[in-house]
Every structure is written in structure tokens, then in C-alpha cells.
Design a protein around this ligand. Structure first.
Ligand code: ADP
Ligand code: MG
Length: 228
């Protein structure tokens, strides 16, 4: 069974008297270990689709099965648990907690899982090391560069070794060097831990790393290509 299956998904948003159709009959499957992206211009529906896969939103019609669960059937509590236990999220803005250190930001998802301290500490140190941040553990977000802050956000997303990582425009605020740096690290995580990565992006610096490109135009898939 695919890890993610999107079937006949339509998403409409109310817009005054009318409606805006953000997704038009999307059908897609994602296998474990993919490194792929939903690509397309701004407003094409990338975030809407990624949020449905991440159970942050539900379709107006159709169905999305993620890790064996139909997201549209989950209660808010069930979808929160699905996200907490099995998914990592990376956003354009790093969404770090400003009063916490890098270490504490990465530790946060493990604290809410009630993981014992010893195990927690090891996982946090490992994640920081994976992202080349061991020497920044005690820095707060304001003391970090954009590239470092995004690497902390990635460490936080992968610290519990989720099956699935969703990254929405993760390089939007990064220069070429930092973009390259984080993509190389994500490729390595994908290879070594078999973590599935699904990006939403229109950044060429990301797109050239993808092994599968799903093109979205005006809410519809126009091309789904596997890069050999
Ligand atoms: P992308 O991520 O590709 O830029 P989005 O998924 O954010 O595209 O948006 C797709 C379309 O849906 C856009 O026209 C956007 O204005 C609209 N849209 C997105 N979210 C909402 C919302 N919460 N309410 C109303 N319209 C929305
Ligand atoms: Mg978007």
C-alpha cells in the first residue's frame, strides 16, 4: 500500500458569494522513501495539497489516506496524534520558539510525546549533529543565521524520525549556499533513514534535487515525472 494516497480530491474555499476551487480532482500516490515535490507557480494549490496530506486540512470532496488513515475521517485529536507521532513539518518561516534555545526547540516534540529524558537527550544531540548544529545547541533563534534557523527547524522535524516529512517552500528565505546545504542534508536523511520527503516549492534550487516532480497548474496536476 502506498504511504499516501490522494483520491479525487477537490478543495473549495468560500469567497464571498462565490467559491474558489483550489484543487480540482487530484489523484496521486506516494511510496515510502520518495524524495519528491509538488511544484508550480504561486497560487497553484501546492500548500493546500500539502496541508491535506499533512492532515492540517481536509478535502471538500474525495479522500486522502495517509499512513493508513483517511484524514477526512479523523477527529482533531486523532489528526494531531497522527502528525505528532508520524510526521515532521518544515515551513518557509522557521516557526521556532524565540525564548527557547536550539536544543530546546528540537527537544519540544519529544517532550510532548513524554519521552524519558535520557532517550530524549540522545535523540536531540543526534538530530543537531545530523544538521551540523552541535555547536549551536545553546543559541536562541535570534542569534542564528537564516540557514542555521532553518536547520534547527529541520532538526525539530526529524528528531522523532518520522515516516513522512512535509516541507512547504523551505528555501524561500535562504540564499543559494544555505539552500544547497539543507537539501544535501535532507537527501542524506532520505537515503539513510528512508524518510519520505514531499516538498511544495517553486524554487529551482530545490527542484533540481527532486527525484519526482508533480506539476500543479491552477489546482490540477499537469505532469507527474520521475527523474532517472
Ligand atoms: P500555493 O501554495 O501554490 O501558492 P495555495 O494552496 O496557497 O497555493 O492557494 C491556492 C489557491 O487557494 C489560491 O488562489 C489561494 O488564494 C486560495 N486559498 C488558499 N488558502 C485559502 C483560504 N484559507 N481561504 C480562501 N482561499 C484560499
Ligand atoms: Mg504555498
Amino acid at each position: 500500500m502506498p504511504q499516501v494516497k490522494v483520491e479525487n480530491v477537490i478543495k473549495r474555499y468560500p469567497m464571498g458569494e462565490k467559491e474558489l476551487t483550489a484543487l480540482r480532482d487530484i489523484n496521486l500516490e506516494f511510496e515510502k522513501g520518495e524524495f519528491c515535490g509538488i511544484i508550480g507557480p504561486s497560487g497553484s494549490g501546492k500548500t493546500t495539497l500539502l496541508n491535506i496530506i499533512g492532515s492540517l486540512d481536509t478535502p471538500s470532496e474525495g479522500s486522502a489516506t495517509v499512513l493508513g488513515k483517511k484524514v477526512e475521517k479523523l477527529s482533531p485529536k486523532e489528526s494531531a496524534l497522527l502528525r505528532r507521532n508520524h510526521m515532521g513539518f518544515i515551513f518557509q518561516t522557521y516557526n521556532l520558539l524565540p525564548v527557547y534555545t536550539a536544543y530546546e526547540n528540537v527537544e519540544f516534540p519529544l517532550l510532548i510525546m513524554n519521552m524519558p529524558e535520557k532517550e530524549r537527550k540522545k535523540k536531540v544531540m543526534d538530530a543537531l549533529e545530523w544538521l551540523g548544529l552541535s555547536d549551536r545547541a545553546n543559541s536562541r533563534p535570534a542569534q542564528l543565521s537564516g540557514g542555521e534557523a532553518q536547520r534547527v527547524a529541520i532538526a525539530r522535524a526529524i528528531v522523532k524520525q518520522p515516516e513522512l516529512v512535509l516541507a512547504d517552500e523551505p528555501t524561500a528565505n535562504l540564499d543559494a549556499e544555505n539552500s544547497h546545504n539543507i537539501l544535501e542534508r535532507m537527501v542524506r536523511l532520505n537515503k539513510e533513514l528512508k524518510t519520505t520527503f514531499i516538498f511544495a516549492t517553486h524554487d529551482e534550487k530545490v527542484i533540481r534535487y527532486l527525484r519526482r516532480k508533480i506539476h500543479l497548474v491552477d489546482g490540477a496536476v499537469t505532469k507527474d515525472e520521475v527523474v532517472s
